[in-house]
Write a protein of this length. Sequence first.
Length: 292
Amino acid sequence: MQDYIVRATAGGGSVRIFAANTKKLASEAQKLHKTTPVATAALGRLLTAAAMMGATLKNETDILTLDIRCGGPLGGMVVVADHKSRVKGYVLNPHIELMKNAAGKLDVGGALGLGVLTVTRDMGLKEPVSGQVELVTGEIAEDITYYFATSEQTPSSVALGVLVDVDYSVKQSGGYMIQLMPDAKEEIIAHLEEILPTFPPVSSLLEDGKTVEDILQMMFGNHDLEVLEKIYPAFSCNCSREKTKKALISIGLDELEQILAEDKGATLHCHFCNTDYTFGEGDLQELVSSLS
């Protein structure tokens, strides 16, 4: 089944909702980066969050970046999304050993440790708009909830989950993002305060065969739930050999000549999709000639 995000409202439009099934997205990332289970869970969660947050961008050229820097063995993660929820991302250390918490679940919080989450929106202005918060738990959903509360003053509830199988493949991946608008009534606020603390994990519900729509119906069935649209996220990296060639040209003639003389070639690596672009001696000579 194709991944998708449902954009919806409830409470007469006073609650904004995004809910996602991102199994293929998380699977693609796992295969590209050959991540071990904890890294798969962490990256899958952040990709899911970015896909839902990307759906809030208004313009075609807007770009959202989620950057986690941390002291744990994962080292950090970077994920980028556009307005169509096309995302790309990587983990600094994708091959960490299996880590489980006291409950026997993948210990994403322990793998991240202390650190900071930076959210950057590039909307074509003179400077991108950024907000930064310390990691609250390292479980990612709570950290993004905290970001919304402190940096954007938007009361939110974010849930993210990735189930990883024994063969390291992704069994399920998904999440939801619920945000209260300023006109949210006490009735809907009270309902959320009652239901959310005991609501089942989204990955478990997906594993039980529930659809994204089923999950939203469970949560908002009697509170004017209205599904507005479906969005189809995907792992998509826009790197190319031509862009990489331009990056080489941008370092300047002197630097290129030095690389040509000493190394006889160059290999540039895209962290997002794990692709190498190799330029041999002849390629570099051609670039040097174009700048001479």
